[in-house]
Design a binder for this molecule. Sequence first.
Ligand code: NAP
Length: 430
Amino acid sequence: MHNAAIINESIHADAAAFGIGPAPTGVESAPTGIETKHAWESMRENVQNHIRSLNFKYRVNLREKGVSYLNKLGKFKDAHTLEVTDKKGRVSEITASRFIIAVGGRPTPLECEGGELAISSDDIFALENSPGKTLCVGASYISLECAGFLAGIGHDVTVAVRSILLRGFDREVADKIGSYMEDHGIKFRKEVVPSKLEKVEGDKIKVTFSNGETDIYDTVLVAIGRQADTQKLGLENIGVETNSRNFKIPTKFEQTSVPNVYAIGDVMEGCPELTPVAIQAGIQLSRRLFGGSKEPMDYKNICTTVFTPIEYGCCGYSEDEAIEKFGADNVEVYHKSFMPLEWSLSDSRSVHQAFTKVIVDKSDNERVLGIHFVGPNAGEVLQGYGTAMKKGITFQDLADTVGIHPTSAEEIVTLTVTKSSGEDAAAGGC
Ligand code: NAP
């Protein structure tokens, strides 16, 4: 769905500048734009079919590895016995010497009058009909990503922001993303939360906000965090501790308070809520349990990307976190605003630039503490730098690396301007 937004945006913003437009109808002029219509139903069906095919492949992979797949609901009876119930309500028991809990999280519901009228980010992907005018509640990853792709395919979208955008991410970058989204037609209602939702005009939803203002939407999408789905696992029966706030499980090297029970992924306290993190933790745990490995999972320097639909990839510390941890005197920032080549012919892109910054520790040979990149294909750009960060690279290592020309990724290895110099981050070049 992010890709749908990127394609639509490119058709509208860039295509004409590259000479791509509707077939001429006798008029001999350069194309000035392309009228498009987005068919939600086609996209949804194709996406759902793709997900079904992925699920099928997972099942095949499990079978090939000799893993039994049981579609049943589990609840601990004792530390070695799980009671499982199938769809027909038939109950049986499974015993095992070890268990791994990896049930993930579920969206936190909106606790206000009429909150049940809202859908969650899980629902949007399967929504039968186009969501129309949409309010996205929440201002982090999920809400902004949904707002971004819905606006990118042509919907009227508003985001209700309780406090700040993208808490925990680099502030300077979060602000750039906010202004990019605003310039792409997304409206922000700042420092409000919905206090009441009610059905009006048939299927529409009237939202009253905490500041007393109201508006009417076709869809209200809530993405205000996720809670670990551990409450019905019977963990209390076996003494696995959970956090009463978010129901997550505290662990030491993925081991819970009950030695033969492990937890990985979103159920684990302190684990970044990212699928590849859970996969990697599972691989490392299996190697330690059964392969003689002593390597713990490394939860530091994990790359991630936010797709709004402008892409923001990052790895390591934000500038604020780095200053807090290492002291302002020890932190230097190399930064650059630049125009990606693929945007450079298009007038409508000229108000925006891509941006990158590398944060270093001056007291430790300019060791790289964080890399941030806002621009096309940020996820693709950052992945390799993630490996480099794991190896503890310095700024000089980046500077010694030959760039690939003409790419946006090369901007990271050609940085020269420091923030402390006061020089403008905007740079020319070819
Ligand atoms: P989140 O990161 O926990 O952020 C929750 C957002 O909702 C914050 O903006 C928060 O505002 C707001 N909020 C919380 N309670 C609220 C309330 N009662 N009313 C209004 N706003 C409220 O949650 P998320 O965006 O749902 O994401 C969940 C996790 O999924 C993330 O940790 C992320 O790692 C993962 N994720 C990753 C990707 C990716 O890799 N691309 C994509 C999607 C999700 P405050 O700042 O005021 O607290």
